[in-house]
Design a protein around this ligand. Structure first.
Ligand code: PBG
Length: 310
């Protein structure tokens, strides 16, 4: 009876696996603050991606970690065809074709020596419009490398419209945009900064949202919808389930939620202490995010959950 009347399901197809690929590694490097998650080499990424797709996950979201010496002020290694993210996208596009949805993080923070998500002006502030011009180049390079979906995550005003126009002008009319629409300035991104070896000093409060603001989140989502977003995302997930619900109520495109690094690490840490049961809490957390209204969940557990469900 319980199964018959169950309202919310989590299936592998609902889940997107975020993956890190680093330049210059001989073997995968564990990320200490995210047990079980690694920075991949090109080869280990191919194997892990292949396995995740065979397990039935709905998509893959790729982050690139360049060599420290390749970082510069405007993140040029993100645009270069031989930059690690673009190289890895070509690898996976060749291996996987259309058997999965290949997504790329369209942001500068992994590639800049200052660690900000945009181009920084003389006074040290992120220049919104200069950043959007750079995002167009990033998105076109990623689409050209085989990304089906680009994911602008830098929270610049007008980024979705700029990227849509730039992709269309370059002939990538079929490349979709997953807009990080309501992204909060969150302490839950802590472990991610280790994952991508971030160079950031300071914070992102001039472009990411105040955790207290729902009305502003709605406005950000409405703007991204009007600018042509194909998906809108709320991030983080668990501390913002009310925002996920609000997004689901107004969105005319699928809603995604990102269970971020800190959410992952907290649950891992408590489970490692024996204070909670890992599998139970992972399943419950994902069910709750889906119940709140997310069609799609980005989670570092995507492949593990798919394995358990298969
Ligand atoms: C920015 C980006 C971040 C995350 C995804 N894209 C970091 C940030 O905004 O500081 C965080 C993801 C996570 O914590 O799992 N490119």
């Amino acid at each position: 009876m319980r199964r018959l009347v169950s309202e919310t399901t989590v299936q592998p197809r609902h889940l997107v696996l975020p993956m890190f690929v680093a330049d210059g590694l001989d073997e995968p490097r564990p990320i200490e603050s995210m047990p079980g998650v690694v920075q991949h080499t090109r080869d280990s990424l191919r194997r892990a991606a292949d396995e995740a797709v065979r397990l039935g996950v709905g998509g893959l979201m790729l982050f690139g970690v360049p060599r420290e010496s390749d970082k510069d002020g405007d993140g040029s290694v993100g645009v270069r065809p031989d930059g690690i993210l673009n190289v890895a996208l070509r690898d996976l596009a060749a291996d996987l074709g259309d058997t999965t949805v290949l997504m790329a993080d369209t942001c500068l923070d992994e590639f800049t020596d200052h660690g900000h998500c945009g181009i920084v002006d003389a006074s040290g502030r992120v220049d919104n419009d200069a950043t959007n011009r750079r995002y167009i180049e990033l998105a076109v390079a990623q689409a050209d490398s085989g990304a089906h979906v680009v994911g602008p995550s830098g929270m610049m005003d007008g980024q979705v419209a700029a990227i849509r126009e730039g992709l269309d002008a370059a002939g990538f009319t079929d490349t979709a945009i997953l807009a990080y629409a309501a992204k909060f300035a969150s302490g839950f991104y802590g472990p991610f900064r280790e994952a991508v070896a971030s160079s950031l000093q300071g914070d992102r409060r001039t472009y990411q949202q105040d955790p207290g603001n729902t009305r502003e989140a709605i406005r950000e989502i409405e703007l991204d919808l009007a600018e042509g977003a194909d998906f809108v995302m709320v991030k983080p997930a668990m501390a913002y389930l009310d925002v996920v619900r609000a997004a689901a109520e107004i969105s005319t495109v699928p809603v995604a939620a990102y269970q971020v690094s800190g959410e992952y690490s907290m649950i891992c840490a408590a489970a490692a202490k024996g204070w909670i049961d890992l599998d139970t809490v992972v399943a419950e957390s994902l069910t709750s995010i889906r119940r709140a209204g997310a069609d799609i969940v980005l989670t570092y557990w995507a492949a593990d959950v798919a394995r358990r469900l298969s």
